[in-house]
Design a protein around this ligand. Structure first.
Ligand code: 13P
Length: 259
């Protein structure tokens, strides 16, 4: 079964809702110029909550072939949780993807695998696709314990999901030492961990889940390194931070298959 690669731009806390529409419009033009074929590489933008409605209106109104989604979600449906945004709210805005457990949320907001697992379940319950992030910090990599560490996270974040649910979700392997540092993991580093994640999924959830689940690499992905990373058999896409804020550059990354 062929997996369509997913190239998702995580804008993080950048672009207000007016800037967001400009960036999506430019991205759309750049993809059209590049004769983008969505069945070969799916493009998505993962935007701040305040941008979602504007991005949705533009994308749906102009029938632009770019998926969109959110960067986080509450584990609750509704209620007295000041500042939180729920999965049903995001589903109502037609979000396709929701990132959960990004390393920045793990680090700055103390998110645990257990919480991330609960959030992923909410995203699935409301018909959206979670992009669940895992990845080791530099100290763990230096000790050579990256596989053990990432598989423990994977176990925690996938707990209680069915094989069918696992087969359609996205796992993003983002080594924390490669995020925003310009320090990109080698294609072999990315493959080593992405391959180990797929093996784990196979052992725990079966062959079909392992064949279906898309595993992205994230960390300093650019148009200059995406082709070699995407050539690895267990890398099914990229979660792109900084480079996704430049429409032309992000379009080049989405169009990696033409290189
Ligand atoms: P950079 O591409 O800026 O390294 O960010 C990666 C990332 O964290 C995407 O979620």
């Amino acid at each position: 079964m062929a997996r369509t690669p997913l190239i998702a731009g995580n804008w993080k806390m950048n672009e207000n809702h007016i800037e967001a529409t400009g960036l999506v419009q430019k991205l759309s033009w750049a993809l059209i110029d590049g004769q983008y074929e969505p069945e070969k590489s799916e493009a998505a933008v993962i935007v701040p909550f305040t941008d979602i409605r504007s991005v949705q209106t533009l994308i749906e109104g102009d029938k632009i072939n770019i998926a969109f989604g959110a960067q986080d979600v509450s584990k609750y449906d509704k209620g007295a949780y000041t500042g939180e945004v729920s999965a049903p709210m995001l589903a109502k805005l037609n979000c396709k993807y929701v990132v959960v457990g990004h390393s920045e949320r793990r680090e700055y907001h103390g998110e645990s695998d257990e919480l991330i697992n609960a959030k992923a379940k909410k995203v699935i319950e409301y018909g959206m696709t979670p992009i669940i992030c895992v990845g080791e910090v530099l100290a763990v990599r230096k000790e050579g314990r990256q596989i053990e560490h990432v598989l423990a996270q994977t176990k925690g974040v996938l707990a209680g999901l069915t094989p069918e649910q696992v087969s359609s979700l996205v796992i993003a392997y983002e080594p924390v030492w490669a995020i925003g540092t310009g320090e990109v993991a080698t294609p072999a580093d990315a493959q080593e961990v992405c391959g180990a994640i797929r093996e784990y999924v196979k052992g725990e959830f079966g062959e079909e889940a392992a064949e279906g689940v898309r595993i992205q690499y994230g960390g300093s992905v650019k148009s200059s390194n995406v082709v070699e990373i995407m050539a690895e058999p267990d890398v099914d896409g990229a979660l792109v931070g900084g480079a996704s804020l430049d429409a032309e550059e992000f379009a080049r990354i989405v169009l990696f298959y033409k290189a």
